[in-house]
Design a protein around this ligand. Sequence first.
Ligand SMILES: [Zn+2]
Length: 143
Amino acid sequence: MIIIDLLCDQGHRFEGWFASGEAFRDQSQRHLVLCPHCQTSGVSQLPSAPHLKRGATELAPSAKPPAVPPAPALARLHEALVSMAKKAENVGERFPEEARRIHYDEAPARSIRGVATIDETRELLEEGIVVLPAPVPPDDELH
Ligand SMILES: [Zn+2]
């Protein structure tokens, strides 16, 4: 019994067990040697290569568990906004006024959220008041 390294025309490498090299050539010529992966009979003998590791013809399934796909960035951003908004006091349309009062120490420093027009936001920024324009999640997500 001999073991012959074989390669099918689809690129699969496998080992065949034969009574002799003559038996392999005989079966191969009669298309009796089939690739175990794709059943093609287009199989040829690999040149004997001692440096090739036995068993390397089989692709070992990866031992690593599949990586957890990262949560979509948008979902994370949304969660962060909801979390920020939950902690912030909702001052609604008084936002520019409250932001100013906090900035000038006329009101206790705290996180607030609310609405401001583009003009109001620009004025706040020009006064050095840091505001973060962000889409505010709907209120029903904050409870
Ligand atoms: Zn094959």
